[in-house]
Design a protein around this ligand. Structure first.
Ligand SMILES: O=P(O)(O)OC[C@H]1O[C@H](OP(=O)(O)OP(=O)(O)O)[C@H](O)[C@@H]1O
Ligand SMILES: Nc1ncnc2[nH]cnc12
Length: 171
């Protein structure tokens, strides 16, 4: 058991006044914490069969690839607009401190694939909602939305409540 909360630091007023940013870089610098979080994130899925773990650029990538390895699944990147080289589907969204668009390669998920969506933080839920739309447009079946951190006071789970939502840490 590792106290991962002590490895996440609050940065007030980043990237905008009024936002308290959860900085996970201290956690990422700790080898035991990486191993612990990877195993615990995989345990949240109850080790059910998963075809693809979808990770959201950029901080979602850190644990999504490790989680894919742990679950013996493939990894699919959801990237910010203009970064993926092949044919894409695109979805705009609002997040706690701005707006953006996410894209997915149109051949990244096959109809009926069992998919775990992973990101580091669930805040207002705009990012995760857009990600779910893209996965489902390609015919993926979302078996879990899996997060390192949920900021429950921002009510992001309201936007993806159809899904199983699990987080290692909730504030
Ligand atoms: O629930 P929401 O309000 O939509 O916010 C959550 C998103 O915000 C952060 O990403 P950010 O866009 O800051 O990009 P980054 O991962 O590249 O830092 C975080 O990694 C989530 O993807
Ligand atoms: N408060 C926050 N800290 C870290 N990442 C975030 N993404 C959206 N809100 C965030």
């Amino acid at each position: 058991m590792i106290d991962i909360e002590s490895l996440i630091r609050d940065i007030p007023d980043f990237p905008k006044p009024g936002v308290v940013f959860k900085d996970i870089t201290p956690l990422l610098m700790d080898a035991k914490a990486i191993a612990y979080c990877t195993e615990e994130l995989a345990n949240l899925t109850e080790r059910q069969h998963v075809d693809k773990v979808v990770g959201i650029e950029s901080r979602g990538f850190f644990f999504a690839t490790l989680l894919a390895k742990e679950l013996n699944a493939g990894f699919v990147p959801l990237r910010k607009a203009g970064k993926l080289p092949y044919h894409t589907l695109k979805e705009p969204y609002l997040l706690e401190y701005g707006m953006d668009s996410l894209e997915i390669h149109e051949d990244a998920i096959s109809k009926g694939d069992k998919v775990v969506l992973h990101d580091d933080v669930l805040a207002t839920g705009g990012t995760a909602q857009a990600a779910c739309k893209l996965i489902e447009k390609l015919g993926g079946e979302i078996v879990q939305c899996n997060f390192l951190i949920e900021l429950s006071f921002l009510r992001g789970s309201d936007k993806i409540r159809r899904h199983d939502i699990r987080s290692l840490l909730t504030y």
